[in-house]
Design a protein around this ligand. Structure first.
Ligand code: CTP
Ligand code: CA
Length: 231
């Protein structure tokens, strides 16, 4: 693992990545989740490690192996993910690829909910913390480069530009997760992705490529943006 980090354009840098869905408990046997395979986030963490960075990957529940040379913190809920992210700071760059559940159950039942009779239990929701916005607005320990993702099913670029402003991040990687995205089999769970990189300078449309190739390209851009160590 040390050998992996011995050289490369991100040598000496700490890169923090979130990946996967979060699971929000309803009771001991049930949860609310998002559709996310974790493939894109894990590929980014792996690419950062290959580029020589020290990498912390905070991952929700996924069916993927831990990437080589990466320090992986496994979490379940959005609140756990926020705590693990805060504990991993400081970082030079943070990339938030996780599909965080926007809402969780307002209260978690201590025992399994039973069908008992015919009353259907109401599911009251409350909002989860926004991990990306929290980190992007830190006054002390804000990473120099904060990158969010935006999964949209319509008005992809316009929604993502608004999201970039609202979240206070530097870049947004936007993708179309609709069934009509043009990507065979869809982006979610699939192996390829077509993204738009939204920065202060404008929008770049990246052609469809494997999630591994998108990760490599993004990490090359991160390295270029951070510049040489000590500069
Ligand atoms: N994100 C986060 N914490 C949350 C929700 C989202 O860190 N509680 C991050 C995601 O990891 C992603 C970015 O914010 O990098 C955008 O997520 P997205 O779900 O597209 O945006 P939302 O602000 O939740 O807006 P909406 O789902 O309503 O489109
Ligand atoms: Ca959301």
């Amino acid at each position: 693992e040390r050998l992996l980090a011995a050289s490369g354009p991100l040598k000496g840098r700490h890169v923090l990545v979130t990946s996967g869905p979060t699971h929000e408990p309803i009771d001991p046997v049930r949860y609310i989740a998002n559709r996310s395979s974790g493939k894109q986030g894990h590929a980014i963490a792996a690419a950062a490690a290959r580029a020589g960075a020290q990498v912390t990957l905070v991952s929700g529940p996924v069916n993927l192996p831990d990437p080589a040379g990466v320090d992986v913190r496994h979490v379940e809920s959005a609140r756990d993910m926020l705590a693990a992210v805060e504990a991993a700071l400081p970082a030079d760059a943070a990339i938030f690829a996780a599909a965080v559940a926007d809402w969780r159950a307002a209260s978690e039942a201590g025992e399994k909910l039973k069908k008992d009779g015919n009353a259907i239990p109401p599911l009251m929701l409350t909002e989860n913390p926004d991990i990306l916005a929290t980190v992007a607005h830190l006054s002390n320990r804000r990473p120099r480069l904060v990158v969010g993702f935006a999964a949209e099913t319509q008005n992809v670029v316009a929604y993502a530009q608004a999201k970039r402003a609202r979240k206070g991040c530097d870049w947004i990687v936007a993708n179309d997760v609709s069934q009509h995205s043009g990507i065979a089999g869809g982006v979610m769970g699939g192996d390829s992705n077509a993204v738009h990189l939204i920065t202060a300078e404008g929008v770049e449309h990246w052609p469809e490529a494997s999630k591994a190739a998108v990760a490599e390209k993004l990490i090359a851009r991160v390295a270029a943006s951070l510049g040489p160590l000590g500069a």
